[in-house]
Write a protein that binds this ligand. Structure first.
Ligand code: SF4
Length: 377
């Protein structure tokens, strides 16, 4: 296991161990772990409504209703119509619950003592304060309706990221593929501690660089996985920037939406292999290429400017695969063939770029069906 922080796994271990402990200890009270925080909230805030519990605990309504109903059936709580708003029900603990709360708090305290054994008081205070801040951030974010876009790398000025334009280059994190030859493992295996670049800082930068920077190039990971991409692009388009998106082509609907809304001026679609063995080149056993095909056809027959981009890898691309790619992209306007850079750090480090002589032969094959095949950097 990596020695990098893996908060999600740690939280999951903590959660499951806590659940096991509570379920065992609560057995004699005929309660479950899921009911406990809800009962404590009602006991400490008599008259609280289901909506308030949902907001405070970031629960969905179904979970609350189910647990409230069970607690009611067990005789631990009762409901009462709210005097302020008749549509709401207020929740109160019964005398039966009040009798057991001492035991409930005792179970909770014992577990806490067990978890915090050998931790100094000042360390614990600091941890609790940080933990509460994280929970508050999580609660706030979970209730946010808008979807931000997450950037993790930023090359502020580039002369070759966008054809004939001075561009700024932003990289989003996360990808639905795990290509063995991927050189962006830090964006694919995104660590929790990776510093995010705030969208507002990018907007601010672009606002001040109008006339100096002309284009924004958005790369991945896979940028079309980002729910907030349209929102972000609308903002930068109103500033007059040209936009290039690099994509693996697996989100044709979103690609079409962005292009049809005129939010994208140039698409670079990354082709990984011929259709038969596509899965092999993206780190999967098999892969249905229909989405990728849909994106490719949209570009070939559509009006937005584009290129296909392909990195030849010795272990994946023999002549047969290259002929398949040529067949697949028949009629395409442009293909950039990008040799693997020397010293590239790939997810699977023992792969090799195709030798120069074979790349030349590949280009000859590809030129049979594609109008413009260029050697990339
Ligand atoms: S699609 Fe691109 S970013 Fe995603 S794993 Fe493959 S090479 Fe890496």
């Amino acid at each position: 296991m990596s020695n990098q922080s893996d908060l999600l796994l740690d939280v999951s271990i903590l959660y499951r161990s806590t659940q096991k402990y509570y379920d065992r200890m609560l057995q004699k009270l005929h309660m479950t772990y899921a009911q406990l925080p809800i009962l404590i909230m009602i006991y400490e805030q008599e008259g609280i409504t289901m909506q308030q519990i949902a907001n405070q605990g970031v629960y969905d309504k179904g979970t609350i209703s189910k647990n409230v109903k069970n607690l009611q059936t067990m005789g631990f709580i009762r409901t009462q119509e709210s005097k302020k708003d008749k549509r709401n029900k207020e929740l109160y603990t019964t005398d039966q619950a009040k009798q057991i709360m001492f035991h409930v708090y005792g179970i909770r305290r014992d577990w806490w003592h067990h978890l915090t054994k050998d931790i100094q008081t000042d360390e614990l205070d600091h941890f609790i304060s940080l933990y509460q801040t994280m929970a508050e951030n999580a609660r706030r974010y979970a209730n946010t309706e808008t979807h931000p876009i997450h950037f993790y790398q930023w090359q502020k000025v580039s002369l070759d990221a966008y054809p004939d334009q001075v561009a700024t280059v932003l990289s989003t994190g996360g990808c639905n593929f795990r290509c063995p030859a991927c050189v962006k493992s830090d964006l694919v295996f995104l660590q929790e501690s990776t510093q995010e670049i705030l969208m507002d800082d990018v907007i601010d930068y672009l606002n001040k660089r109008r006339g100096i920077i002309q284009a924004v190039s958005i790369e991945g990971g896979e940028p079309l996985m980002q729910d907030g991409i349209a929102y972000f692009l609308r903002q930068i388009k109103t500033m007059g920037y040209k936009v290039k998106i690099s994509t693996n082509g697996s989100f044709p609907d979103r690609l079409k939406e962005l292009v049809n809304e005129q939010l994208v001026d140039y698409v670079s679609m990354r082709i990984k292999n011929g259709p038969r063995h596509y899965g092999k080149a993206i780190g999967m056993d098999t892969h249905d290429v229909s989405d990728i095909q849909e994106s490719a056809e949209f570009l070939i027959h559509g009006s937005v400017d584009y290129e296909f981009w392909w990195q030849p890898i010795k272990e994946f691309h023999n002549e047969k695969e290259i002929q398949e790619i040529a067949q697949w992209l028949q009629g395409a306007k442009r293909l950039v063939v990008a040799p693997l850079p020397a010293g590239a750090r790939m997810i699977q480090p023992d792969l090799h770029g195709l030798p120069a002589e074979q790349i030349k032969q590949a280009i000859e094959i590809l030129r049979g069906t594609i109008q413009d095949v260029q050697m990339g950097d």
